[in-house]
Design a protein around this ligand. Sequence first.
Ligand code: ASP
Length: 349
Amino acid sequence: MKQIKLILMALCCVSFIASAQKPTVYVLATGGTIAGEGKTEVNSAYTSGAITVDELLSAVPEINDIATIKGEQVANIGSQDMNDEVWLKLSKRVNELLKKSDVHAIVITHGTDTQEETAYFLNLTVKSDKPVILVGSMRPSTAISADGPRNIYNAVACAVDKSSKGKGVMVVMDDRILGADDLSKTNTLSVGTFQNPNFGELGIVYNGKPVYSREPMKRHTSKSEFDVSHLDKLPRVEIILSYSNATDLFVNAAVNAGVKGIVTAGVGNGNLTTVMQNALAAAVKNGVAVVRSSRIATGPTAQWDEIDDDKLGFSASWFVNPYRARVLLMLALTKTNNYKEIQRMFTEY
Ligand code: ASP
């Protein structure tokens, strides 16, 4: 009897030590399809952000073998409703947690619709080299072959791996690791929707381990100059599309509404109809920052092509697509509205 007691005590000690050695990963939940609930397993109709972080995590008990998991509900919304308030709350909480020596990494569950924007915002405002990984799913938690549980497992597996440090904010979905520097949702329904269309994915997840094949070359996280810790709102920036016959209607409306910046999703290499370009040049004279980007999925919106940016006071977004360009311009405007300084930022981030 005494021997059995001793063996049991030893086993308890071993499991206590093993759990004490497991890295601590915070899972911050914000909603999305990954937390979505459908009417049936086959029907495509569902509601985003319907289940809680605890319910979400209970679908993947295997993550408890590789990490000590702590769940927190930051929001529970479809990411089509993602907003500056949640971004600031999330960024501040991530920075607060990562300052603690016993917190190893953060995983954020998030809808896929605006995941590229949130990932980029955090990539530019988190002040740590510890892994920060966003994860979502394309199928709700109630669907046959829901992709959420596998994606969450892979995200935690990447978060606890030493090789994931210093790579900026990443997205892990469909067994692939994507950088926030070049993230695009490319398909409305497919589970493999995310791509890094210009630079290529950072790596893959294979047998529960990350295998990296590139490093992000742009400034991010601990090397970023942006600091939102003291902010409770961000400058207003709108995105305006160009197309055949596009007029100055939306540019003038944005200027009249008092926006601080406009990002254009131009045609080709960020070109604009003449009437729109003239309205934007007038906006610059009224103190509005203008960044040219493109509605084309790949390639840079480069300076010194058909548009003389220096003459008009515009900046060009290079490889930053309009959605991420809006994020960078909002952060840039917390520091400056000088177009040359903004241009520097668009070449560095
Ligand atoms: N509308 C959902 C969202 O972004 C779509 C998804 O998560 O896949 O929250």
